[in-house]
Design a protein around this ligand. Structure first.
Ligand code: PSU
Ligand code: MN
Length: 299
């Protein structure tokens, strides 16, 4: 399951950062997505850590992909979107798929990789009282010992409901360098966080405290905002998102297709501005995750 490089790094306690693949296959438009996948790995390396992009290829879970495998995830038709519940089905079917936050976190933890970077977590969708659409990311993070660096939860969601659910589920949440919960494309979701961490060492201290306290084996969410200069214009965001949600409902889009549809709608109707904000957020998260992994492996 582990690439040679990742196995070696985990075995010798060098810093490793898990990266998810759904953002590559289903969250970002082709053809730039393959380049982004390589660039994110490169950013981890520049910080002195080892990248471990996670996916399932031909029924085999992979922690650490080579360039050809990354390109398959980015460009191959029929790459499925796999939440953690889909993993056994994909393995038994010999299928190939990109892993969401939930599946990536599960495989990373299994592989002994403690730090994980992504864009925005899944969560509780708007209209959730009717649709019951809540990402499996949340419940998986409630029982997985991993640190996930993200720009909050995707702003297409019901953010306050998602924050409530994270509390109910017992998932630790801290703002990084801020007391505001970030809003994915936006630096500030409009909601506060109770805890602020300001250095990678402080994050690593919390991780050690989690281990010292023992069970339940829940995650730590490090919510790292995109810089204000790089965020999506909040007014444009509000307007286009409202259209996107209306269109999504009108077309009867449900289930796993909702998030990719909304992200793609935003890219197309903001002339790529949402994509630039998304990329800025992910790049920042990947760099920070590498620094946290470094602080974590330094005793
Ligand atoms: N972050 C991004 N882009 C994405 C995602 C996260 O910047 O596409 C993906 C993650 O894989 C997350 C998934 O787990 O969206 C959530 O999908 P759903 O709402 O169907 O659970
Ligand atoms: Mn869903």
């Amino acid at each position: 399951m582990l690439s040679e490089e990742v196995r070696e790094a985990v075995g010798t306690r060098r810093p490793v950062v898990a990266l998810e693949s759904t953002i590559i296959a289903h969250g970002l438009p082709r053809p730039g997505n393959a380049r982004v996948a390589l660039e994110l790995e490169e950013a981890v390396r520049r910080e002195g850590a080892v990248p471990a992009t996670i996916a399932v290829l031909d029924g085999r879970p992979r922690v650490g992909l080579d360039v050809d495998q990354l390109e398959r995830i980015a460009n191959e038709d029929g790459i499925r979107k796999l939440g953690h519940r889909d993993l056994p089905l994909a393995v038994a079917a010999g299928a190939s798929g990109a892993t969401t936050v939930s599946a990536t976190a599960q495989l990373a933890a299994l592989a002994g990789v403690r730090v994980f970077a992504t864009g925005g977590l899944g969560g509780v969708h708007r209209e959730w009282t009717v649709t019951q659409d809540e990402s499996a990311d949340l419940s998986l993070l409630a029982r997985t010992r991993i640190t996930v660096v993200c720009a909050g939860v995707k702003s297409i969601l019901d953010v306050p409901a998602t924050l409530e659910r994270l509390e109910t589920l017992g998932v630790a949440v801290a703002g990084y360098g801020t007391d505001r919960f970030p809003g994915f494309y936006l630096s500030d979701s409009g909601h506060p966080v109770d805890w602020t961490l300001s250095t990678p060492e402080q994050v690593a201290d919390v991780m050690r405290a989690q281990d010292a306290l023992g069970t339940p084996e829940s995650a730590l969410v490090v919510a790292h905002p995109v810089a204000e200069a790089e965020q999506l214009d909040p007014e444009l965001h509000a307007r286009v998102l409202a259209d996107a949600l209306t269109t999504c409902a009108a077309r009867g889009i449900t289930g796993q297709a909702v998030t990719p549809f909304l992200l793609d709608y935003l890219v197309r109707h903001t002339s790529g501005a949402s994509l630039r904000a998304n990329l800025a957020a992910v790049r920042g998260n990947v760099r920070l995750a590498a620094r946290i992994a470094t602080a974590w492996t330094r005793e």
